[in-house]
Design a protein around this ligand. Structure first.
Ligand SMILES: [Zn+2]
Length: 101
């Protein structure tokens, strides 16, 4: 299943519409906390268990999104961090499914 489009209704939210008509809503803070790049995965202060208070606004503001092939989304953050490639499976697992879409 592939995404049809990405929307940001507010700077803090990313809404993904999937091929099958479902919608996933993710907060950018969640996305940043789960950044799959090697650097973040070894960087304990970004782990969700420590809470969002250590994350600054520029870290959770999306500057640009780039499709990498047909399987991943690269997110470039306002603080310049750009090494996270989010596969669709990860985006779906992080999202809270919307019931009425
Ligand atoms: Zn990262």
């Amino acid at each position: 299943m592939h995404p049809l489009n990405f929307e940001q209704p507010t700077p803090e939210l990313l809404v993904i519409k999937w091929q099958n008509g479902t919608t996933s809503t993710l907060s950018t803070a969640t996305l940043r906390q789960h950044c799959p790049c090697t650097n973040c995965r070894s960087n304990t202060h970004l782990r969700p268990a420590t809470g969002p208070s250590l994350i600054s606004a520029s870290m959770t503001t999306i500057r640009q999104m780039v499709l990498i092939g047909s399987r991943q989304l690269q997110i470039i953050w306002e603080d310049g961090h750009q090494w996270g490639l989010y596969p669709w499976e990860l985006l779906r697992s992080l999202a809270e499914p919307a019931e009425n879409q």
